[in-house]
Design a protein around this ligand. Structure first.
Ligand SMILES: Cc1cc2nc3c(=O)[nH]c(=O)nc-3n(C[C@H](O)[C@H](O)[C@H](O)COP(=O)(O)O)c2cc1C
Length: 236
C-alpha cells in the first residue's frame, strides 16, 4: 500500500463525498450486480469500529412482501410525525417523497449487535453509544462506495423499529440502525432534495466550526483557517 494518494485519487474521494446524495426516486428496477453489491458491503465492513468490535450486520432484502410490510410502517409513521407540525409546513412535509422502498431493487437493514466479542469492548465502557457510532461509520462507508458504483442509497428512518424487529425476525438484543433503499440511478442531484425544495439549506462551514471552546469563532491562534473557511470551499 503506497503512503500517499495521487491528486486524481484525492479528487475521486472528494467527488464521492460531495456528489453522494440521499436517493428516494428514479431507481432503475435493474438488479444490482452482485459483484458490485459485494464491494459496497465490503466497504461498509471496513469501517472503523470501537475496539474493532465490528458490531454491524447487513440484512439484504428483496422479497416484495417484506418490502410491503416495511412500506406500510413508513406510511403510518409519516402520518404520525406530520401531527408534530402545523400548516403550511405540514402539507409540504406530506408532499415530499421520503422513501423508495418498493421501487428500489434491494433494501438493506444495517443492525447493531452490542454482544459481539463479549461484554468488554475496548473504548466502549465510558461511552456505550460508541458501538452505534461504529455502525454509522459502516453506513457512511457503504453509502460513498455505492456512489462510485452509480448505486443510489436512501435512508428511511420514518419507520417503527418494532415493526422492523418483527418483520425481520431480529433477536431482542439486536438494534436496527438503518433501513436503506439501494438501486442504480442515472443521475445524482447536485443538491440535497430538501435544499432544492426550500425546506432547509446547507449551513456555512464557518458557522459550524469553533476554536478551543464552544461558540468561539474568533481566536487569534487560528486566524489563517478562519480566513480560509470564510470562502466558499467547493471540492466537488
Ligand atoms: C440518520 C438519517 C436518517 C434519514 N432519514 C431519512 C428518511 O426517513 N427519509 C428521507 O427521505 N431521507 C432521510 N435521510 C436523508 C436526509 O434527508 C439527507 O441526508 C439530507 O437531506 C441531506 O441530503 P443528501 O444526503 O442528499 O446530501 C436520512 C439521513 C440520515 C443520515
Amino acid at each position: 500500500m503506497t503512503k500517499g494518494f495521487t491528486d486524481d485519487e484525492k479528487k475521486g474521494l472528494y467527488k464521492a463525498i460531495h456528489s453522494r446524495r440521499d436517493v428516494r426516486s428514479h431507481f432503475s428496477s435493474r438488479l444490482i450486480d452482485e459483484e458490485v453489491l459485494s464491494r459496497i458491503l465490503n466497504a461498509g465492513h471496513h469501517a472503523p469500529s470501537v475496539g474493532f468490535s465490528q458490531p454491524w450486520n447487513f440484512i439484504l432484502i428483496k422479497d416484495p412482501l417484506t418490502k410491503k410490510k416495511i412500506k406500510e410502517s413508513f406510511e403510518v409513521e409519516k402520518e404520525n410525525s406530520s401531527r408534530l407540525i402545523e400548516e403550511p409546513k405540514k402539507s409540504k412535509y406530506l408532499s415530499f417523497k421520503l422513501e423508495g422502498i418498493l421501487e428500489s431493487p434491494v433494501n438493506l437493514c444495517v443492525t447493531y449487535d452490542p454482544s459481539k466479542f463479549g461484554p468488554f469492548v475496548i473504548g466502549r465502557s465510558s461511552i456505550p453509544e460508541a458501538g452505534l457510532y461504529s455502525v454509522c461509520c459502516a453506513i457512511q462507508n457503504l453509502w460513498l462506495a455505492a456512489r462510485t458504483e452509480d448505486v443510489g442509497v436512501g435512508w428511511v428512518s420514518i419507520l417503527s423499529n418494532d415493526v422492523l424487529r418483527e418483520v425481520l425476525d431480529l433477536p431482542n438484543h439486536i438494534v436496527p440502525v438503518a433501513y436503506l433503499c439501494l438501486g442504480y440511478v442515472d443521475e445524482f442531484a447536485p443538491k440535497p432534495d430538501l435544499e432544492t425544495a426550500g425546506w432547509l439549506r446547507r449551513l456555512a462551514l464557518k458557522d459550524v466550526i469553533y476554536f478551543e471552546r464552544w461558540d468561539d469563532k474568533e481566536n487569534p491562534s487560528w486566524e489563517n483557517i478562519q480566513e480560509i473557511i470564510k470562502t466558499n470551499l467547493d471540492y466537488a
